[in-house]
Design a protein around this ligand. Structure first.
Ligand SMILES: Nc1ncnc2c1ncn2[C@@H]1O[C@H](COP(=O)(O)OP(=O)(O)OP(=O)(O)O)[C@@H](O)[C@H]1O
Ligand SMILES: O=C(O)c1ccc[n+]([C@@H]2O[C@H](COP(=O)([O-])O)[C@@H](O)[C@H]2O)c1
Length: 191
């Protein structure tokens, strides 16, 4: 039996935006994967979250963002454990639960640059195939094995969206309309 092939897009998704959706879709189709699992982290290993959104806000926004795509799912495994969400621990747990799945870990070029600092990177690189996608202002080079996929470049980040909300500046077209409604209804990122 052929193994199931799943792309994992790990992230903070605070909030999810079109950059996430476009890279997920490009990788899904280029590699003909079975599905893409968006995996929100509990506590990002390399940055401090200051936005004030709750875990359930981030999950709800992701649910809304991927709602119309049957190939997109949410993997909540990192929300089940406290502390920093090291990818090595997560992938080991996922492989234990699903031994017949091959995992493709999708990362933007900022994370490709950061790979040497990932916890247990040598071991992790043996367990997954890293898929690197371009992102403005970052190089796509790594001493670790990374398969590169060229995606339409978008200078959108969650930081940009949070900053715009704070200034009451428009965020239309940068993320799905239903996520924008959620942000507005719940007054997220206003301060
Ligand atoms: N516009 C983009 N182009 C390519 N990759 C992206 C883009 N936005 C996010 N990514 C990648 O998606 C993954 C999850 O990103 P994350 O949820 O941290 O979003 P972010 O926009 O980088 O957030 P923040 O601005 O808060 O740091 C990371 O691997 C990141 O490199
Ligand atoms: O395990 C690590 O050391 C590690 C270091 C940096 C980032 N990551 C993972 O890379 C993914 C993207 O991270 P972020 O912070 O840009 O959302 C997310 O799943 C993180 O948990 C993992």
């Amino acid at each position: 039996m052929q193994k199931q092939r799943i792309g994992i897009l790990g992230g903070t998704f605070d909030p999810p935006h079109l950059g996430h959706l476009v890279i997920a879709n490009e990788v899904l189709h280029t590699l003909k994967l079975d599905q893409i699992a968006f995996m929100p982290n509990q506590e990002p290993p390399h940055k401090v979250r200051k936005s004030g959104t709750t875990e359930s806000d981030r999950v709800r926004m992701l649910e809304l963002a991927i709602r119309d795509n049957p190939f997109f799912v949410i993997e909540k495994i990192e929300l089940e454990r406290q502390g920093k969400s090291y990818s090595l621990d997560t992938i080991k747990m996922l492989k234990e639960r699903n031994p017949d799945v091959e995992y493709y870990f999708i990362i933007g070029a900022d994370m490709v640059e950061y790979l040497p600092k990932w916890h247990g990177i040598e071991e992790l690189a043996e367990l997954v195939t890293f898929i690197g996608v371009n992102r403005p202002d970052y190089a796509l080079e790594s001493p670790y094995p990374v398969q590169y996929i060229e995606v339409p470049q978008m200078d959108i980040s969650s930081t940009l969206i949070r900053e715009r909300c704070k200034k009451s500046f428009s965020i239309k077209y940068l993320l799905p309309d239903n996520v924008i409604h959620y942000i507005e209804e719940n007054g997220l990122y206003e301060s």
